[in-house]
Design a protein around this ligand. Sequence first.
Ligand SMILES: Cc1cc2nc3c(=O)[nH]c(=O)nc-3n(C[C@H](O)[C@H](O)[C@H](O)COP(=O)(O)O)c2cc1C
Length: 367
Amino acid sequence: MAGSSFGKIFRITTWGESHGPALGCVIDGCPAGVELSESDIQPFLDRRKPGNAAVATARKESDICEILSGVYEGRTTGTPISVMIRNSNQHSGDYDELKDVFRPGHADMTFDAKYGIRDHRGGGRSSGRETAARVIAGAVASKVLSQLGIKVEAYTRSIGPVESDLSDYSRSAVLANATAMPDINANARALEYIADLKTKCDSCGGVMECIISGVPAGVGDPVFDKLDALLAHAAMSIGAVKAVEIGDGVLAASSTGSRNNDSFKALQSGRIVKRTNHSGGILGGISDSSDIRVRCSVKPTPSIAREQKTVTKDGENTVIAIKGRHDPVIVPRAVVVLESMCAITVLDAMLNGMSSRIDNLVTIYKK
Ligand SMILES: Cc1cc2nc3c(=O)[nH]c(=O)nc-3n(C[C@H](O)[C@H](O)[C@H](O)COP(=O)(O)O)c2cc1C
């Protein structure tokens, strides 16, 4: 299958199906010398796995990672890093009835149209479970970025109609709240909303946002590989993400030039900063040193227990009510996936940017 790799220098390839024996990620192009062990990756995976029954499926995915290559005596060697997660607790039988039926809102019909064969169990390659492999690479990228003073942090902005109050943003609340919202009140209201939807056999969507801080000015390219274009590609490749915005995003269309432009200011140090950040940290495809803001709209979980009209593989009209264990809302578990895709993208853009000036080559190579 084409299209399972992402990035140019820090290049990741994910593999494996939801109900196969294992899945994982191969990361090529990670610099040598990075201290790395499973304990750097596991906390990221723990944030993605289902756990909180209120917002996530009752599925128990233990998601324990094993580093198979690319690390020697606790440090990366510069060779491909391969990390695997063995699948367990799959309950493939839950999917027997779906073998020949296309689930509305899923990739079943389109995947079949393309390949003519698919592992239908748990969504196979199109499953949200594939994102566990991205989170492995995201943990590694975040570790490298942290050595450069760069932080990548995502959170839930809204679930259904419930919006977070961002005036009191707290990272510890994001990590503690079942919804990954930074606000305790919004978390409580969102949980009530989700509980009500569950009684109606329905699901909802929401918005998640990632803030990347500490990226210096000058990262990204001016034409096809604009940093915002790469981030949009990265974010939109996450299942169920339906729109991506950078900075003010769609609101910029109804603003005016005088409001939307971010005025510059020179600091005493000579550093140039912006007085506002409508641009979301990127101008002309290149980072401007302000926080980079990436916001994603996520659709409602397609698997719902309510009866829906559909068709079989043979073109018969039928109805379906999806059994099995599904998240009533995807956003809380997708937050760490967005964070991971942003970290991978920014690190790759930074590694690419190292060849943009002769001075960089002189610094590295001239003895
Ligand atoms: C982390 C994550 C978990 C997901 N979990 C579920 C789930 O439990 N049930 C479900 O129906 N869809 C889930 N999805 C969404 C589907 O994978 C996705 O909507 C589907 O493959 C169709 O792709 P599209 O929505 O991008 O068109 C999940 C997505 C992500 C990113």
